[in-house]
Design a protein around this ligand. Sequence first.
Ligand code: PLP
Length: 376
Amino acid sequence: MMRAVRQTRARVDLGALARNFAAIQALVRGDDTVAPPRVMPVVKANAYGHGAARVARALEAAGAPMLAVADIEEGVTLRDAGVTVPILVFGALSISDVAGVFAHRLTPTVSSPWAARALAEAAAAGGERLACHLKIDTGMHRLGFRHDNLARTLPPILSSPHLHVEAIYTHFATADDHEHPLFEQQRTRFDAARATAQRLGLGRAAVHAANSAALLRDTRAWFDYVRPGLLLYGVVPPPVATTLALEPVLSLQSRVVAVKQIRSNESVGYGARYVADGPRTIAVIPAGYADGLDTRLGGRGHVLLRGRRAPIVGSVCMDMLTVDVTGLDVEPGDEAVFIGTQGDERIDAREMAAAIGTIPWEILCRIGTRIERVYA
Ligand SMILES: *Cc1c(COP(=O)(O)O)cnc(C)c1O
């Protein structure tokens, strides 16, 4: 039987992904030939909506030494997809997770005394020594051991025969905000925390801290690994600018399914929110908020059609939306681009996010499960 194929699709360019990985690697390597920082791609949240299995395998093939995910389940997905490099799990463990760490050879983050105890006990029961990364809270105040309390919290972890602290890391809260003083404070606190951990008996351990914004901002945050997410997918965290040559990995297209004329003073869609102030041509595109296209795009966003920008008008519905294509000579079957290029025009995730007052990370992560990812 022939499989039905939806018109709305996300095209994921794995070649662009590999080139972005190489570009970031070249940036952090510079001419350091002795111990250059390595790139640990962040592939949480289904690889920022790009599809975790394919993205992870492509990055592994491109030479990624380690991948990072949010939770055990995401790690298991990668193992099931055949990924063999180490996988760091950022998130906090729950009781039910502990066994999964061992069964799937995942590298957990130890971010609380409870997690350390649970992992050490499980490792002891299996006669193992478990590699883990230690998370220090330097000011994000989310997960991690407080930077100013390590003398109390670390000794039992560092002395455990069943835990091998392979790396120590932190996470920046304001790397994208050059005005905010917290970034420098976090850097300084992390330096001090590492010195304290050394004094308390931490042996040779790798160090990492930088997300996309931090790695673009400050070479002193590079250490042994950088942890880019957004940047790898070819999107620069706003408002940061970079000369790094990156290509957007994902594009989102559909096709016009209907075109109709409306008269002056007629409205379009639920709530009759858009009322034409003259004769208008409206194109209907079969993609809506169930596909992750935010309702706020109505009246704010654009779609590329016939190489031009056409405004989304009326309300974004669950399964379709409407675009004002007056004067564009649009026909059913024409390609419509939400994210990507058409002719000389381009809309990227950053522009779409700015149009509706959100962040590009959310735009990418919310692209719906109903949308097929086509890999090229
Ligand atoms: C998500 C995440 C990253 C990557 O962040 P980007 O801003 O997408 O580069 C890095 N480190 C941690 C701990 C994260 O949770």
